[in-house]
Design a protein around this ligand. Structure first.
Ligand code: DER
Length: 236
């Protein structure tokens, strides 16, 4: 499909541009765009560097990707610093701030994004916005301790959240449970809040019971967007 082609284009361009043979530790994110990142890394010339390279996952899906591709699986504990982390996003604004967590992996994703010397985002063009919230209407994904979810829910409303929602499983009765055993609250905020993602991130992060927030502010070095017409647009 044109969307899948666009994701592949963005992923290939990001790998070709930002992964060098001397990069030995790579962080691999989650979602439907990142498989194309791994696909490219398994092709010449990138594949020739894989024998002494380590791949660190951001969750179950990401780990499966690495293992199935026959790449060396690295543990995040082994590598305090990661050379390059490449990950998807739900939306990216003009300053390369991103909403992440559509796949409920944002806690580990942010750990690897922060640990990386270079954090690169890959996405199809639908994620390319001026202000967060323009196209991603599901809200900011927030990982919360199950014990505290109802308190966080109320406190989000008190701080102006228009519509907090506890993320429920599809083929699972009850809430989605993350790889860390936590719940996710999706919190919709109006545009004024989304125009200052740093302020919003800090206010949400300070709520007792919040473990991580799907706002990646000032972290991405570059973002690659693939278009259905076969072009790639890079921003940095
Ligand atoms: O959960 C995340 O942040 C993922 O990166 C994900 O939302 C990206 O989604 P996609 O690559 O499937 O569009």
């Amino acid at each position: 499909s044109p969307e899948e082609k666009a994701k592949r284009l963005a992923a290939y361009a990001a790998v070709d541009e930002h992964v060098k043979d001397f990069h030995k530790v790579l962080g691999i994110g989650s979602g439907s765009t990142v498989p194309y990142v791994v696909e490219r890394l398994c092709q010449p010339p990138h594949c020739y560097a894989n024998s002494d390279r380590w791949y660190v996952p951001t969750g179950f899906q990401s780990k499966e990707l690495i293992v199935k591709a026959g790449l060396n699986l690295g543990d995040v504990d082994q590598f305090p610093t990661i050379d390059v982390t490449i990950d998807g996003a739900d939306e990216v604004d003009d300053e390369l701030n991103a909403i992440k967590g559509g796949g409920a992996c944002q806690l580990r994703e942010k750990v690897l994004a922060e640990a990386a010397t270079h954090f690169i985002i890959v996405a199809d063009s639908r994620k390319d916005s001026h202000v967060l919230g323009q196209t991603w209407k599901q809200g900011v994904p927030i990982e919360v301790a199950p014990f505290a979810w109802a308190k966080v829910f109320v406190n989000l409303q008190k701080m102006g959240c228009e519509k907090p929602t506890l993320r429920m499983g599809k083929m699972k009765a009850g809430p989605v449970v993350t790889d860390n055993g936590n719940f996710v609250i999706d919190a919709v905020f109006s545009e004024p809040y989304m125009r200052d993602p740093a302020e919003l991130l800090h206010r949400i992060k300070m709520l007792t019971g919040v473990l991580e927030v799907g706002l990646f502010v000032g972290m991405a070095e570059a973002a690659y967007f693939g278009y259905p017409d076969g072009t790639v647009m890079a921003r940095w």
